[in-house]
Write a protein that binds this ligand. Structure first.
Ligand code: GDP
Ligand code: MG
Length: 441
């Protein structure tokens, strides 16, 4: 994958002591290979490499940085630039109903994306959304959209299969207008490949609707072909953005890097699954970090700030500063914090370098284990939590029963806790306090 390839490039760069014309050339060869293997369109690769070469040659290497770091930063910045810098959201700034037209090849994910978008607009923006389908060639396609629309509690405008697609679109627009809908989403027919009739039809629909958003829906698995279709649609329709679907699959990832350049339009959303909730706004900087194997640090930091309980962390830090030992209440609080941060597995995946750790190793850190530990501590009395040494045989049996676990599990937890206590005593209380303060931002 693109991620692992870039991981190699990054490793290669880390060993460099100076940034020379020679090693820039070597690194750029690796970068070019990585991009081509990922199916990034050739002209895009060429421009991209040239940009980096020019910037790298003129780059000043500050004293505190290594040349490798500087080059990684340049590659990162150029990746972000290539994908459009910032998340561009939908433009609904018009007299309602704001019309969103979806175009793309058959199977690219238009119908699914129509429902996903509607759900997103309803949930995030409290919009009233109507949907309709102009796919008169396949009754099953209309049925599919009707079903999805019912599932998300939006309004479906039925399509008259004997009417022309542009007429259906107009009728829906009129209805949405009369019934004061905020947004009208129009799904269209796709073909297996570009053909003149399809292009004429979508142009007619576009002319009838004059949509504020015309989104090109493209399957990220289609690689080089995605670039070709993107260009064809771009020449036919005034696109305003792109939805990149199936980003959850093991696509080589090239489409995300080519699309912006080839259409001049930003990727606004990515589809990350078949369910109607599986739609995410697209953030170029996050994807760039992920591609370079730096992990989704931005997301991680944001989640930390959002979910980490500052007061609790502060209290714990104070306690540690005063040299008091940990008790089981603190232990449980820490486990709970971890759980809130998406569990161990979720957290680990976002850390830099984790994509190189094999799954079987990651799976040993099990979220169910975490919940079990919390349940056991919850079944203790306050006295037991404060003085774990009093937890002997009969108490252990009672706690196991209360938490739905086995006595061995309780034993194991107490053992883990004792080990942790010992470790904390060895560490200077001050250091730990500092760490906790850092985590609480
Ligand atoms: P359309 O012909 O363009 O309307 O495509 P559909 O919306 O019918 O989607 C085609 C297939 O791709 C369906 O099986 C969808 O469930 C699937 N699909 C669409 N978007 C995604 C996505 O983001 N991830 C995954 N894994 N599957 C998707
Ligand atoms: Mg469809």
């Amino acid at each position: 994958t693109l991620q692992t390839r870039f991981g190699d490039v990054v490793k290669h760069l880390r060993g460099q002591a100076r940034l020379t014309e020679e090693n820039i050339k070597d690194s750029l060869r690796d970068v070019r290979m990585a991009l081509l293997e990922a199916d990034v369109a050739l002209p895009v690769v060429r421009d991209f490499i040239e940009q980096i070469r020019v910037r790298a040659l003129g780059a000043e290497v500050a004293r505190s940085l290594t040349p490798g770091q500087v080059l990684i930063k340049i590659v990162h910045d150029e990746l972000v630039k290539l994908m459009g810098e910032v998340n561009e959201t939908l433009n609904l700034n018009t007299q309602p109903p704001a019309v969103i037209l979806l175009a793309g090849l058959q199977g690219s994910g238009k119908t699914t994306s129509a429902a996903k978008l509607a759900r997103w607009l309803q949930e995030r923006h409290k919009k009233r959304v109507m949907l309709t389908s102009c796919d008169v060639y396949r009754p099953a396609a209309i049925e599919q959209l009707a079903t999805l629309t019912a599932e998300i509690n939006a309004t479906f405008f039925p399509s008259d299969v004997h009417a022309k697609p542009a007429q259906i679109a107009l009728a829906a627009l009129e209805a949405a207008h009369k019934q004061l809908y905020d947004v009208l989403i129009v799904d269209t027919a796709g073909r297996l490949a570009i053909d003149a009739m399809m292009m004429t039809e979508i142009q007619q629909i576009h002319a009838a609707l004059n949509p504020i958003e015309t989104l090109f829906v493209v399957d990220s698995m289609t690689g080089q072909d995605a670039a070709k279709t993107a260009r064809a649609f771009h020449e036919t329709l005034p696109l305003t953005g792109v939805i990149l679907t199936k980003a959850d699959g093991d696509a080589r990832g090239g489409a995300a890097l080519s699309i912006r350049q080839l259409t001049g339009q930003p990727i606004k959303f990515i589809g990350v699954g078949e369910k109607t909730a599986a739609l995410e706004p697209f953030y170029p900087d996050r994807l760039a970090s992920r591609i370079l194997g730096m992990g989704d640090v931005v997301t991680l930091v944001e989640e930390m700030q959002q979910k980490f309980d500052h007061t609790q962390a502060e209290q714990l830090a104070n306690k540690l500063r005063k040299g008091r030992g940990l008790d089981l209440v603190d232990f449980r609080d820490q486990l709970n914090q971890m759980n809130k941060l998406g569990g161990m597995t979720g957290l680990l995946d976002k850390l830099p370098g984790m994509n190189q750790v094999p799954d079987h190793v990651k799976n040993q850190i099990n979220d169910r284990e975490l919940m079990k530990l919390i349940a056991i501590i919850d079944s203790m009395t306050p006295q037991e939590r404060a003085f774990p040494q009093i937890i002997k045989g009969s108490r252990r049996r009672r706690i196991a029963l209360g938490s739905g676990t086995r006595v061995q599990d309780v034993n194991q937890l107490l053992k883990q806790f004792t080990q942790m206590q010992k470790m904390m005593k060895k560490m200077k209380g001050g250091n730990m306090a500092k760490l906790m303060r850092q985590m609480s931002g």
